[in-house]
Design a binder for this molecule. Structure first.
Ligand SMILES: [Fe+2]
Ligand SMILES: [Fe+2]
Length: 284
């Protein structure tokens, strides 16, 4: 798919968490600025399949193109969700819903944005994490024990089932290999916009309030992907710390909406709206 030639904006948001009524109201108000706008959604739309479908249906009717990649929350299997699929089967079910809605996923051919800032190949990534963002020198088991001792254990340990893989890190490794293979097929002359729920580099996790949480936030295997895959910008969420930073001269945008209590605490203007990827307003 190629689009945006008439101008328009490439927008991005993540962590809609529509189970919260206040977030649902924000999503209901969320509209493009022009008919040519595309929206990238970098995961954590919600936990219940019906909630995820509701949000993606609404947004896919408003934006010219919507591109989604899952967060950890979409991959939970809540006990009271009528859809009890786990792991890979749950992910494939969500991809099927997206296909019906015309929403692009990590399983589809990469779209090329040719509007402002283009051409760029938009690459939605589903990579998960492998616990390698843990404290230096600690084993995976020691880092998990430290998290339990600190009372900072990600709910994924109980709700995100990796079936049919033996572990979440094994699923992550499979996704990394498959994604590397897919990335080889893109046109290397066109820069990319890499979209992943988790940060591709570890540095954004350095400011987490609870450092033990970093082990659920990415993988060291992607540390050079922004260079290896010629990224014009990298989009991520998950941390619920919206900001723009640069690594090796590449712009990284954390685009989360996050939880209502966090927005009330930070009280930063623009947190309840999609962020511009292109045109690039970061220096404005
Ligand atoms: Fe989130
Ligand atoms: Fe998340």
């Amino acid at each position: 798919m190629i689009g945006g030639a008439g101008g328009g904006s490439l927008m991005a948001i993540s962590d809609l968490h529509v189970a919260y009524a206040e977030n649902r109201e924000i999503v209901e108000r969320l509209r493009p600025e022009s008919d040519d706008d595309w929206l990238v959604i970098a995961g954590d739309v919600g936990e219940f399949v019906a909630d995820i479908e509701w949000a993606l249906t609404l947004l896919s009717r408003r934006f010219a193109t919507v591109i989604w990649t899952p967060g950890n929350h979409e991959l939970w299997t809540p006990k009271d969700d009528p859809v009890q699929l786990r792991g890979e089967a749950r992910y494939r079910h969500l991809v099927g819903i997206c296909r019906r809605l015309g929403v692009l996923t990590p399983e589809d051919p990469y779209a090329v944005w040719t509007g402002h800032g283009g051409p760029v190949t938009i690459v939605p990534l589903f990579l998960l994490y492998d616990y390698t963002f843990r404290a230096p020198g600690a084993s995976k088991e020691e880092a998990l024990a430290q998290a339990y001792a600190a009372g900072v254990v990600c709910t994924d340990e109980f709700m995100l089932h990796p079936d049919p893989y033996p572990s979440r890190d094994a699923w992550c490794r499979a996704r990394l290999r498959e994604t590397e293979r897919r990335l080889q097929t893109r046109d290397p002359s066109i820069p990319t916009v890499l979209v992943n729920h988790f940060p591709l580099v570890r540095e954004p996790t350095d400011i987490l309030r609870y450092p033990e949480f970093a082990q659920w936030c990415g993988t060291v295997e992607t540390a050079d992907w922004h260079l290896r895959y010629n990224a014009a910008t990298v989009i991520y969420g998950h941390l619920h710390i919206p900001r723009t930073t640069w690594y090796d001269g590449v712009r990284f945008q954390e685009v989360s909406l996050g939880y209502p209590r966090e927005r009330h605490m930070y009280n930063v203007a623009g947190m309840d709206a999609p962020r511009h990827v292109f045109p690039d307003l970061s220096h404005a």
